[in-house]
Design a protein around this ligand. Structure first.
Ligand code: ATP
Ligand code: MG
Length: 311
């Protein structure tokens, strides 16, 4: 059974070739690329050499076959990736603007990406980490309940729970709704990996420092605060470490956060000191941001450890 499991949407991304090409006009696209926040996470864990499994669903179509092939090529356990005949593989269209904005057009709710197979409790035997993404909790009620159920099964099996609260309030009807949806996972989470604004929303605070204090007070053991090109800040009850980022030209930041999460969790499973976990995570996040396609820049174990200077 896998040591690291994630559950959620497995999709493809189709992205504009150039910045400032809105989606309400014809234009050129690149892709499709395998995607979905928890899928990017799982793929990066496997590439870093850990035993990783994914729970999700694709349609019986070419995009779904591409996603499964990518997972299998990288060693992800796909026995609980369902292939559904009645619906298509989920997808997202993405465009970036020169002012830093980005826009997504999602086809998730009526796609295979909102489905989950039934997973027996014994799949979580031997699981050390379960990773949940906020994005999955907004992919429909069935997916949300599946994530909550996986959280309980993993928790009962003695696994640690990590949460990336990458949930946009505007998609869910406001900040209170975001807090409510995340609560069943947050209350079990040992590790939370937010951006500053996500941390502040979660804790109803208005500085990252206060937000970290608030998360720790709730029982979270480690907060890994993602800071884009600046790297990250890792906060526990005993210490706070700022780890600088690796300079890259950011071509496509989508997926950087998920690769960061994966490398951080892998570092923890290997017992690395927090600063080294942060370096490994920053290296993987920077690499992901520097390549077009959310999984296309994921690093091999050798490359990641070398860039992070961990021997
Ligand atoms: P997303 O949710 O869009 O994947 P995020 O907001 O969760 O991203 P970011 O802070 O943008 O997370 O990026 C995650 C990590 O990736 C950062 O903490 C950093 O280590 C790395 N990273 C992202 N962008 C850059 C960049 N331009 N240069 C260097 N490193 C980057
Ligand atoms: Mg994020």
């Amino acid at each position: 059974m896998p040591e690291i499991i994630s559950v959620g949407e497995l999709i493809v991304d189709v992205m504009r070739m150039k910045v400032d090409e809105p989606l309400d006009q014809p234009g050129t696209f690149a892709g499709a690329f395998p995607s979905g926040a928890p899928a990017i996470f799982t793929d990066q864990c496997a590439l870093l050499g850990r035993s990783a499994g994914f729970i999700g669903a694709v349609g019986n179509d070419d995009f779904g076959r591409m996603d499964i092939r990518r997972f299998q090529d990288h060693g992800v356990d796909t026995r609980y990736v369902a292939v559904i005949d009645e619906v298509s593989t989920g997808c997202a269209f993405v465009t970036y603007f020169s002012n830093g904005d980005r826009r997504f057009l999602f086809h998730i709710g009526n796609s295979a990406a909102s489905h989950l197979p039934d997973v027996p409790a014994d799949y979580f035997e031997g699981c050390k980490w379960l990773h949940i993404c906020g994005s999955s909790l907004s992919a429909g009620e069935r997916m949300r309940d599946g994530c909550y159920r996986a959280t309980e099964l993993a928790y009962e099996a003695g696994a640690k729970i990590s949460l990336d609260p990458n949930l946009r309030p505007e998609l869910l009807g406001g900040e209170q709704a975001v807090r409510e949806v995340l609560e069943p996972v947050l209350s079990r989470a040992a590790l939370v990996l937010p951006s500053a604004s996500e941390a502040e929303i979660l804790t109803k605070t208005n500085t990252p420092e206060a937000a970290c204090v608030g998360l720790l007070a709730r029982g979270v053991e480690i907060v890994a605060l993602k800071r884009g090109e600046e790297g990250c800040r890792i906060v526990t009850r005993g210490e706070s470490v700022d780890v600088p980022g690796y300079p890259v030209e950011a071509v496509d930041p989508t997926g950087a956060g998920d690769c960061f999460d994966a490398a951080f969790v892998v570092g923890l499973t290997e017992g690395l000191p927090l600063a080294e976990c942060g370096r490994l995570a920053n290296a993987c996040g920077a690499a992901a941001a520097s390549v077009r396609g959310p999984m296309e820049g994921s690093l091999s174990r050798e490359a990641a450890f070398e860039r992070a200077g961990i021997g």
